[in-house]
Write a protein that binds this ligand. Structure first.
Ligand code: SF4
Length: 383
């Protein structure tokens, strides 16, 4: 029997303006649209199976901190009515350009206990090139505001491999951020998503990728994050804290649930849920999403019941991004399959290439293999 759903993602589709690399579903913030959105999300949450507290809630976007108090109140009221809060870990994404001390205090007072701050860089030229609304000084102040508001669990998001970013600039960002002492660090190489200005710049030859430089940046990251006392637990994620289990105490429990193939609810435009082997995705259009819920209908646009083996392949791929790999017994619990027999050929190939090892209780990638996690994922997928 599938365990009860214990995670919820809520998508907030509003931003001040679009960043140049962004393919997430978001549009310009507007008071009337936000009112309509908050009412629709409350309805969607009201239709979920409730009655038990969630382990994790993640409110992402978009720029969730653009929501006003009245919108947060609706969200909290809906979750409370379902008995889903307080959640053990409740994260909200914070944009340094839209965060201030008063907002941070209001979020904390609602029971939100973790903020993921989209710093991206402390180089103003890099931030401008990405089209971010904030400058480095805003990021420093926002982190300070979060601490003053009482947040003791803060993630910092950084980006590397950004056009125009130098190794020296990356070093300065990394070294300063590491002095802040955040509990969590997530660092991603920039992605060229189709239909973004950054993608078009590359296609037109105005910028070029430098994979060697990006590798040097990742090497520096591994070195400096480790020296600062952060433990890597996923390809792009580091956290503090000993913790009793296989992850550092401040690892993001919400994301671990994704990587380990757990079920989750999704609410808001474009949000996905995965429950009982069925994946659903909501309308990407805010208008369609709200209109469906106002008519008393479900807001989903796509329903996809994956074959068990195909779903197990996805789960195998996600979980191998973790430094702790896939314990065979947990994989069997999550999928019903034996990783060692069903994926024997792939595991042998990965081992032969020197990217991972079959241990007594698990399969895991080594540091070289973690760099090849996307390639490994392709090997594990089953159509
Ligand atoms: S703030 Fe985030 S969601 Fe909004 S446009 Fe920028 S990257 Fe996209």
């Amino acid at each position: 029997m599938e365990p009860a759903v214990s995670s919820l993602y809520v998508h907030v589709p509003f931003c001040v303006r679009k960043c140049r690399y962004c393919a997430f579903v978001s549009e310009a913030a507007d008071g009337a649209k936000m009112d309509r959105y908050a009412a629709a999300v409350a309805r969607e949450l009201g239709a979920l199976d409730g009655g038990r507290r969630l382990e994790t809630i993640y409110v992402g976007g978009g720029t969730p901190v653009l929501l006003e108090s009245r919108h947060w109140d609706r969200l909290v009221e809906a979750l409370d009515r379902k008995g889903m809060i307080p959640a053990a870990e409740w994260t909200v994404e914070g944009n340094p350009g839209a965060m201030d001390l008063a907002k941070a205090r209001r979020l904390r007072a609602l029971g939100i206990n973790r903020v993921s701050l989209g710093v991206q860089s402390l180089d103003d030229d890099v931030l401008a090139g990405l089209g971010r609304i904030h400058r480095a000084a805003d990021a420093r102040r926002a982190f300070d505001d979060l601490r003053r508001a009482g947040f003791e669990n803060v993630n910092i998001d950084l980006m590397f491999g950004v056009p125009g970013q130098t190794l020296e600039g990356w070093r300065r960002t990394l070294e300063e951020v590491l002095t802040w002492g955040s509990e969590h660090l997530a660092c991603y190489e920039v992605i060229y998503e189709e239909d973004t200005p950054l993608f078009r710049d590359r296609a037109a030859g105005r910028i070029r990728e430098d994979e060697d430089l990006a590798c040097d940046m990742y090497d520096l990251l591994l070195d400096r994050a480790g020296a600062a006392g952060l433990s890597q637990y996923e390809v792009a994620n580091w956290a503090r804290g000993g913790g009793a289990g296989e992850f550092p105490g401040r690892a993001c429990r919400h994301n671990i649930n994704y990587w380990r193939g757990g079920s989750y609810y999704g609410a808001g435009p474009a949000a996905c849920s995965h429950v009982g082997g069925v994946r659903r995705r909501n309308h990407r259009s805010l208008e369609r999403y709200c209109a469906a819920l106002e008519r008393g209908e479900q807001a989903m646009e796509e329903v996809d019941a994956l074959e068990p083996l195909a779903r197990a392949g996805e789960i195998a791929a996600f979980g191998l991004r973790l430094t702790s790999g896939w314990p065979y017994d947990l994989f069997r619990q999550a999928t019903g399959y034996d990783l060692r027999t069903e994926w024997r050929t792939e595991l042998e190939q990965i081992e032969r290439l020197g990217y991972g090892k079959r241990e007594a209780d698990r399969f895991r990638l080594n540091p070289a293999g973690l760099r090849m996690a996307d390639w490994v994922a392709e090997q594990m997928l089953r159509s």
